[in-house]
Design a protein around this ligand. Structure first.
Ligand code: AMP
Ligand code: MG
Length: 322
């Protein structure tokens, strides 16, 4: 059952409670309705991908009630502070290096060393984010491949029964997604055009670059980002047996014979496997190298539901590296 909560004090408090307890709440921002979950909780974030039936784990934007709280988790240089000053709250997302204190889980960041942060406009959204007290990951609140929702009814059309609640703050004002700027390098790069125009950005960052130098700026496909986390050890998919010098990424009953195993989900639960995937790859890679193992063998994961996204991420991890 999906609860429809009014955008008053009681509704906002209930929605914040659901978020803090690992649940999913759709809420209106000035751009579109986002499907929110506690970004520090990998299980909650796995539920976002499950509800949307997303076939791959793309990085999600973490939302905050103000710049101060965003900059606890994301490292802000002078440019980022100036952009925040000018455009927040509003439809601008900044990709920044993670801070040492960054609590956003690997699944929400798709394993990247950077995170995307935004302070949305809208009193209801900001009140919810302040009450939740945690970074809130929120892609658009629609099934994967569908149209972004700009009203609570649109959210329910696509996700009724799959999410805990929708906080109804009426129709969204902007209706297009946020502009995304990557500030991890020396030159700011526009990753996606959106609610804040390039002309307005140039007033603050005159040197901003379009990805292909033209006006047809297209978002960088996150799965292709070279900084995307990939283990150093070779990854062998579809393992039906494992050698004594291989680490094992297991799913369900473990294959015998490996000196080092991380089980994604002994009970074969795909949501649990998604939540444990990035931590598992990191652990087996680090500990496997330390022990002189030569590869990571991966047991098959079913391809239905969240298994498709898990499989997508694993095949990227198994790609030959340059
Ligand atoms: P949205 O669909 O509005 O939730 O925006 C998510 C998009 O933000 C992703 O598909 C990426 O294009 C972009 N994004 C989020 N995090 C990062 C990151 N760390 N590095 C680069 N792009 C990111
Ligand atoms: Mg979308």
């Amino acid at each position: 059952m999906t609860r429809r909560l009014a955008a008053d004090g009681a509704g906002i408090a209930q929605a914040a409670d659901i978020l803090r307890n690992g649940g999913l709440v759709a809420f209106g921002t000035e751009t579109v309705y986002g499907l929110g979950a506690d970004a520090t909780d990998a299980h909650a974030v796995a539920r976002i991908f499950a509800a949307k039936e997303r076939p791959s784990f793309n990085p999600l934007i973490s939302h905050f009630p103000d710049a101060d709280r965003a900059f606890v988790h994301a490292h802000a240089d002078g440019r980022a502070r100036r952009l925040a000053q000018r455009f927040w709250p509003g439809p601008l997302t900044m990709v920044l290096p993670r801070t040492a204190e960054c609590a956003v889980c690997d699944l929400a960041g798709a394993g990247l060393p950077s995170i995307a942060v935004r302070v949305p406009a809208g009193d209801v959204a900001r009140a919810l984010l302040a009450a939740a007290g945690v970074p809130v990951a929120a892609p658009s609140a629609n099934p994967s491949g569908g149209v972004s929702p700009s009203r609570a009814e649109h959210v329910l059309d696509g996700l009724e029964g799959r999410i805990d609640a929708v906080l109804d703050s009426g129709p969204c004002a902007v209706g297009v997604e946020s502009t995304i700027v990557d500030l991890t390098g020396p030159v700011p790069v526009l990753l996606r055009p959106g609610g804040v125009t390039i002309e307005a950005l140039r007033e603050v960052c005159p040197d901003i670059a379009l990805p292909h130098g033209g006006s047809d700026a297209r978002p960088v496909a996150p799965g292709r980002l070279s900084s995307h986390y990939a283990p150093t050890l070779p990854v062998r998919l579809g393992a039906v047996s494992v050698a004594p010098d291989e680490a094992l990424l297991a799913f369900g009953p473990e294959l015998p014979g490996s000196p080092l195993t991380w089980n994604l989900s002994p009970g074969e639960k795909l949501e649990e496997a998604a939540a444990r995937l990035f931590a598992g790859l990191r652990f087996l890679d680090m500990e496997g190298r330390r022990r002189g193992l030569r590869a990571i063998a991966v047991q098959p994961v079913p391809a239905h539901g969240l298994g498709a996204a898990i499989g997508d991420r694993l095949s990227r991890a198994a790609c030959p590296r340059t």
